[in-house]
Design a protein around this ligand. Structure first.
Ligand SMILES: [Zn+2]
Length: 224
């Protein structure tokens, strides 16, 4: 990588003051980390110390985003922070909203089993609405339970679900584990797919709102 005199220092400082890190800027402009750091320092702007190196802008609370959308995003395996980044909310606010809607946010060690008071014949419905089956020997077992959709996919495809892959419910119904409703993909693609679905819902809502307002205008006429 070169020093790239064609890149304007003000573009670098703008990104930096907007909250990007030197590393992020370096990646974006294909510069070295040191190159970016040096140019920023020479520009005379105030460099962030490591203690407060990520200055995040205060993010809106997004009352327009529905809790159920947050819940279904979270169920795809995205973290609160990843969801927040995608829809411009803080990870903390996403976490709070999930808790307020009664979602147990993920933590390790959800102990259940045949001897537990919660034993329901080896089937367990998660807070997200997925079915889990008691299968302690399965490599993907968490506290002895495995997602039924994983088991069905593995059985249908006669191979273990590859590492980092997620089984997706095509019709969106989380307990519809018919083989034809299941498809598997890498986590990243799965998250993207759900982000796409989220945006489509939002667009549909906005289109309905625009249609409603257009009707109102047609009925009442434009104000004089
Ligand atoms: Zn999915």
């Amino acid at each position: 990588m070169s020093t790239r005199p064609d890149i304007r220092t003000e573009d670098l400082t703008k990104m930096y003051t907007d909250g990007s890190t030197c590393k992020e800027i370096a990646t974006k402009f294909n510069l070295s980390y040191g190159g970016v750091y040096g140019r920023l320092q020479q520009s005379g702007i105030k460099m962030r110390t490591h203690k407060n190196k990520v200055i995040r802008k205060k993010r809106p609370s997004r009352p327009d985003v529905k809790n159920e959308d947050l819940i279904s995003m979270y169920a795809t395996g995205l973290s609160c922070r990843e969801i927040g980044n995608a829809i411009n909310m803080s990870g903390g606010a996403v976490h709070t909203r999930l808790r307020q809607s009664g979602i147990k946010t993920r933590s390790v060690g959800d102990k259940r089993g045949e001897n537990s008071a919660n034993w329901h014949g080896g089937i367990h419905i998660t807070t997200h609405g997925y079915l889990k089956i008691y299968y302690p020997d399965h490599p993907r077992a968490v506290s002895n339970y495995v997602f039924e959709h994983v088991l069905v996919w593995e059985e249908t495809n006669k191979k273990p679900l590859p590492d980092g892959w997620i089984v997706h419910h095509m019709n969106g119904i989380k307990n519809d584990n018919r083989p034809e409703n299941l498809t598997a993909m890498v986590r990243k693609d799965h998250s993207k797919l759900h982000l796409g679905i989220l945006y489509i819902h939002r667009i549909q809502e906005l289109e309905a709102e625009v249609a409603h307002l257009t009707n109102l205008l047609a009925e009442k006429g434009t104000p004089a």
